[in-house]
Write a protein that binds this ligand. Structure first.
Ligand SMILES: NC(=O)c1ccc[n+]([C@@H]2O[C@H](COP(=O)([O-])OP(=O)(O)OC[C@H]3O[C@@H](n4cnc5c(N)ncnc54)[C@H](O)[C@@H]3O)[C@@H](O)[C@H]2O)c1
Length: 255
């Protein structure tokens, strides 16, 4: 799909991988609708993109808020052609700890935001995309999700996070099949370790240790590299139903 005159909904677009993708898509000619939490920097990011962007405060878990964001996006820009799912949270806890078993509330929360939230956005965005006129290739929309290498090599303490991201990988093909008759493609990116505010919370030695595990390039990924792949997925009509690792050959060890 050619980016020119398209409209992209980017969840988690206020920070990190989502922000970089919103900027990349706008630089290619798209309009960006940044869906993020009210307390996020999403509004500032949208303002920095001028009339090519709109900020909509919403929690991906909420049916009402995501529907409202899509309605606002269509009112402002006329349609939604692209949905990029970058909203997500990372929380670590071992299955049993000295204090007792893993918090069920925490497990549920991570699944809700990363998996249920992603599906909520997919289903509502796809319903809007289904109303688009197809382009010359028959395409009505493209959806890009964000999993993690933790979907495949989850580390100690990542039961909830890995389960949520494994769910995103698992639903990629069936959703691509569901939406194929509408001309809507679905792919997932499974990033390794990227230099975003999510990782900025870690102390420097921990970040360096993470970078040291990456065979080549021997450094953390940059958000622009994620954005470049998201853009390629949008532009390349043959990419569909697949999860693509973006990790410099990283295979996470147990800890
Ligand atoms: N940074 C990495 O190394 C890395 C690696 C693998 C996967 N990922 C995944 O990439 C995605 C983006 O991560 P990032 O590193 O850019 O993180 P980030 O913290 O910089 O950005 C995440 C954004 O999601 C938003 N968000 C969180 N919960 C939300 C909710 N319920 N509703 C709406 N928005 C919400 C946050 O406000 C934030 O703006 C996440 O799904 C994360 O799990 C990141």
């Amino acid at each position: 799909m050619n980016l020119k005159d398209t409209v992209a909904l980017v969840t988690g677009g206020g920070s990190g991988l989502g922000e970089a993708t919103a900027r990349e898509l706008v630089s290619g000619g798209a309009k960006a609708v940044i869906l993020d939490l009210a307390a996020s920097p999403g509004k500032k990011v949208a303002e920095s993109l001028g009339d090519k962007a709109l900020f909509t405060a919403a929690d991906v878990v909420s049916e009402k808020e995501v529907s409202g964001a899509i309605t606002a996006a269509i009112a402002k820009f006329g349609a939604i052609h692209i949905a990029i799912n970058c909203a997500g949270i990372g929380r670590a806890m071992r299955t049993i700890t000295k204090e007792g078993p893993h918090s069920l509330e925490l497990f549920n929360r991570v699944i809700q935001v990363n998996l249920v939230g992603t599906f909520n956005v997919i289903r509502l965005a796809a319903a809007a995309m289904a109303k688009n006129q197809p382009n010359s290739d028959g395409e009505r929309g493209v959806i890009v999700n964000t999993a993690s290498v933790a979907a495949f090599d989850g580390q100690i303490g990542q039961a909830a996070y890995s389960a949520s991201k494994g769910g995103v990988v698992g639903m990629t093909l069936p959703i691509a099949r569901d939406l194929s008759s509408m001309g809507i493609r679905v792919c997932t990116i499974a990033p390794g370790t990227f230099e975003t505010p999510m990782l900025a919370g870690l102390p420097d030695p921990a970040r360096q240790a993470l970078a040291a595990q990456i065979p080549f390039p021997h450094r953390l990924g940059q958000p622009r590299e994620y954005a470049a792949l998201a853009r390629q997925i949008v532009e390349n009509a043959m990419l569909n139903g697949e999860t693509i690792r973006l990790d410099g050959a990283l295979r996470m060890p147990p800890r």
